[in-house]
Ligand binder design. Structure first.
Ligand code: ADP
Ligand code: MG
Ligand code: MG
Length: 891
């Protein structure tokens, strides 16, 4: 029984934790009887042991020997043998795909002797030497850590010396000389010979792949993609097949459907007489896969069959790496393919139409993040544009920004607030930093499967690739295209949906999906300018309608004004979960707050409050009217009052510099100084303010009550709920409740109606969550305020910590994401759980919601569903996203 090694015939696709994605899928394909070269996987367990102990486990060497011998016996060839040598590749492959982030070494087993064996076996001397120089080059760079440019330069020198235009023009003799040069480079750079022993090569390559898990760029990628650092990578050892055996051989990448649109068909790139890396590196320009049908119809048919088989088996879009060796097809990798947001929706519904998926499954394939990408604006089709060139649309979106040519420029300009488009000849994993901060990526080389395309699609960054007319000259800081010269800093616009590249600023408009979400299906279809866009709008509509049908949680919105509420309602909001009343005290109304603060007796204070009443009532009438028939949670004033007063320093300066200071200013300054707090967020605010300043909450409750009466009289159906912020003790809520009920009774009596409005509170302090069973005695509902709850649970000041130290905390792994973006399920979530359980222990049917930013965050929404909340409330823009995620959480 092996601990660290698993043969392809023993694994399956569900063992990604242990075998990594690549290994698990190689095993799955092997067991489907698809043509996979024999091999085995060194499990992630070995990588974890290696990271822990600093050396590979000794058993691993033995297990590798046994597994290699099995391959040798099956193929009747020996690793690095003099005759018919077996060669292998050593390939990284973690649980989550990290395209190009880790290492792979091909042609392990070649040395001065076996290169002759390979010549004999293949009958092709040129091929054998080409494979050998590739090994030294790759091994030198990735295993021995030699600067790859040294090899690339030697290769270029050789080409110039013999007048070769491309690698393929080099003869066997040229390559033999190159191998000699490469070996000299190895000696110069490392002080030792290129290792000749095949097994030593294999062991060194395995270790290098294990090491590549922890390179800076791999760590950066994982942080961004939120992949834990302790998973480790698996290592796949695969017997080599050769795509570089001449014109009847080649290598390629394909998708079972268009990864940009989801359209079914033949999509991919093919490169005759080439080895693996050549395609993805974008070094040589590839042929579209359809041309393989003409070059080699038999292999093409075999590939089509394999594609169909895999898509049926995985019931999803698959991407596939394949190699043709002398007319024989081999599959080297498959996975459920990365795709654009549009393709995610279209593929999901297409598979439902083909009866390969249920609608429940289909909605799990379309995430809220993906939906939010479809809501991005696009270029105005009607605007005048200056087309520079047209290339391959690789990742959708519309990006306008300054040209930057490398990471340093990208970081510098974005830090200065600029929007940038990263323009490169081709990208490689070292460009990741620049790609992260850029709004768009444009490359001169490479196809839809190139590094730039794959990574940009994964990040949801707009990308256009393979713009061959572009001449990117980093040294001179310019880009030349069709006789025009653009400099770093000039503005360009790239359209990731069409592949167009424009000079200068281009205006953007709403996407058809945005129009659909805001104005309904007919409007969305009308805004779509072609069949593809119409198909997309229809798919999104089907997915959202199904999510609505299956979700348990309701989706409300955070809206302070009637206009926001109406916008959210159009997008499917089922109520307002949070109306912040503080906006009612801003602008010209600040003077009323000043009067309130300066009042030195009950009468003048009441006068100030009375002046506010009609203004607030009007606001509530508008809001409740917009939300007619739907619950509308109105939060009593929350922030500290001095936020509505003039700035202390400004006021002090005004008083100090005036010849004769305004007495009002002097009084105000005294009040501001009296009210100054060191930690206002933990000070006099929320319910505390309501209890300390008599009449403040009462006037708000009265405004809500009178608005309700007024609307009812007009035949409307207003449904306000009154919410008290920052409660920590049941007694606080009890006091506010008594006052509110008194006001409701008064207004009821004045108008001859009964007003029994629900009164509840926010749960946003740890003490509230911990004593929720008591607080529930006085509450008709709870709403979790997860922003403040996160601040007070962690003791993080939200306004300061992100700038102060979050970068460090993300770097050193204390945090994997800001707890203000995604709910910290372990800590803050435990309080939400306790609060929900406590509340319902007292009142089993207690209505529970959440109104922090987390209400619109996909991962957090799944957590709230688990905890049993009745609704989430989020910003109007995120309502459709929350509807979808609540649906996904329910299936
Ligand atoms: P990545 O994860 O970066 O795609 P891979 O491990 O898939 O790296 O390998 C890089 C390239 O080498 C791929 O194109 C792959 O198909 C090719 N390759 C890997 N192993 C073999 C092999 N045994 N025979 C032929 N080509 C191979
Ligand atoms: Mg690969
Ligand atoms: Mg709060």
């Amino acid at each position: 029984m092996s601990t660290y090694v698993s043969r392809f015939c023993d694994g399956d696709k569900d063992q990604k934790d242990l075998l990594g994605g690549k290994g698990a899928n190689l095993a799955e394909m092997t067991n489907l009887d698809l043509p996979v070269p024999p091999g085995f996987t060194i499990t992630t367990q070995a990588c974890r042991a290696y990271m822990r102990d600093g050396h590979v486990p000794p058993e691993l060497r033995v297990e590798v020997t046994l597994a290699v011998r099995e391959i040798e016996d099956a193929l009747g060839r020996r690793l690095g043998d003099f005759h018919e040598p077996l060669l292998v590749s050593v390939r990284s492959g973690a649980k989550f795909s990290m395209p190009g982030m880790m290492e792979t070494v091909l042609n392990i087993g070649l040395n001065d002797a076996s290169v002759k064996g390979l010549t004999e076996f293949s009958g092709d001397e040129r091929f054998a030497w080409d494979s050998y120089r590739r090994l030294i080059q790759m091994f030198g760079k990735t295993v021995l850590g030699i600067d790859g440019d040294l090899f690339a330069e030697a290769l270029d020198e050789r080409k110039t010396a013999v007048g070769a235009r491309s690698d393929v023009d080099l003869t066997a003799q040229d390559l033999r000389i190159l191998v000699h040069t490469f070996k000299e480079i190895v000696v110069e750079q490392t002080g030792r010979e290129f290792p000749q022993h095949p097994r030593e090569q294999l062991d060194m390559a395995i270790e290098a792949v294990l090491d590549s898990w922890n390179t800076d760029r791999a760590r950066l990628y994982r942080r961004r993609e939120r992949i834990p650092h302790d998973l480790g990578t698996a290592v796949n050892v695969v017997s080599m097949v050769f795509g570089n055996l001449g014109e009847t051989s080649g290598t390629g990448v394909c998708f079972t459907r268009d990864p940009a649109t989801g359209e079914s068909g033949v999509y991919g790139d093919y490169l005759p007489n080439a080895q693996g890396e050549d395609v993805v590196a974008g070094i040589r320009n590839t042929l579209p896969l359809s041309e393989l049908e003409l070059l080699d119809p038999v292999s093409y048919d075999a590939l089509r069959q394999a594609m169909r088989r895999l898509e049926t088996h995985y019931r999803d879009l698959c991407d596939i790496e394949f190699t043709i060796e002398n007319g024989k097809l081999w599959l080297l990798q498959t996975r459920v393919g990365k795709r654009t947001a549009a393709a995610a929706f279209r593929i999901a519904t297409a598979l439902v139409d083909e009866s390969l998926l249920t609608m429940d499954e289909a909605i799990t394939r379309c995430s809220g993040d993906r939906l939010s990408q479809l809501l991005f604006p696009r270029f105005d089709p009607a605007a005048a544009k200056q087309l520079l060139t047209r290339a391959m649309p690789a990742s959708p979106g519309a990006a306008v920004g300054e040209i930057v040519l490398d990471n340093a420029q990208a970081l510098e300009r974005t830090a200065a607030g600029a929007r940038v488009v990263l323009v490169r000849r081709e990208t490689n994993p070292d460009d990741l930093q620049g790609m992260i901060v850029a709004d768009g990526v444009l490359t001169a080389r490479g196809g839809k499967t190139s590094h730039a395309a794959v990574v940009a699609r994964g990040m949801g960054t707009c990308a256009v690739v393979g713009a061959e007319e572009l001449d990117v000259d980093v040294a001179r800081g310019e880009v030349r295209v069709r006789g025009q010269v653009l400099r770093a800093g000039d503005t360009i616009a790239i359209d990731g949906a069409t592949g167009e590249v424009f000079r200068g600023e281009v205006p953007v408009v709403d996407s058809p999906v945005m129009v659909y979400v805001a104005d309904g299906l007919d409007a969305g279809l009308a805004a779509a300018t072609d069949d593809e866009a119409r198909a997309l709008v229809t798919s999104v509509d089907r997915v959202l309608r199904h999510a609505d049908a299956v979700r348990r949680m309701q989706v409300r919105t955070n809206a302070d004004t009637a206009e926001d509420a109406r916008r959210a309602r159009d997008r499917g909001a089922q109520g307002v979960g949070l109306c912040r009343t503080e906006h009612q005290f801003l602008g010209e109304r600040r003077t009323y707050v000043e009067r309130l603060v300066l009042a030195d007796d009950d009468a003048s204070r009441q006068a100030a409050l009375d002046a506010l009443l009609p203004l607030q009532r009007e606001d509530f009438v508008a809001l409740l009217d917009a939300m007619d028939g739907l619950p509308t949670t109105i939060r009593l004033i929350d922030p500290p009052l001095h936020e509505f007063l003039p700035d202390r320093t400004e006021l002090a300066v005004r008083v100090a510099t005036a010849k004769e200071p305004d007495p009002q200013d002097v009084a105000l300054l005294a009040a501001v100084e009296r009210m100054h707090e060191q930690n206002p967020m933990l000070g006099l605010r929320g319910v505390r303010l309501g209890l300390v300043l008599p009449g403040l909450f009462a006037v708000q409750v009265r405004a809500v009550a009178e608005a309700t009466v007024q609307l009812r009289a007009a035949g409307r159906d207003p449904r306000p709920e009154i919410m008290v912020p920052l409660v920590g003790s049941v007694r606080e809520l009890q006091l506010v409740r008594e006052e509110a009920e008194r006001v409701l009774a008064e207004v009821g009596a004045e108008s001859g109606t009964t007003l029994e409005l629900p009164i509840g509170c926010m749960i946003e302090l740890p003490r509230a969550a911990l004593t929720a069973h008591r607080i529930a005695e006085e509450a008709d509902f709870f709403s979790f305020g997860t922003n403040d709850l996160t601040q007070t649970t962690w003791g993080f000041s939200r306004d300061d910590v992100e700038r102060a130290f979050f970068a460090d905390y993300l770097q050193n792994g204390v945090l994997t994401i800001s707890p203000f973006d995604t709910l910290d399920a372990d800590g803050v979530g435990a309080l939400v759980r306790a609060g929900a359980a406590g509340g319902r222990a007292t009142k089993p049917g207690l209505h529970l919601g959440v109104c922090g930013e987390h209400g619109g965050d996909p991962e957090s929404i799944h957590f709230f569903d688990q905890v049993g909340l009745d609704y989430v409330s989020c910003s109007p823009f995120r309502v459709p996203i929350a509807r979808l995620e609540a649906g996904r959480a329910a299936v």
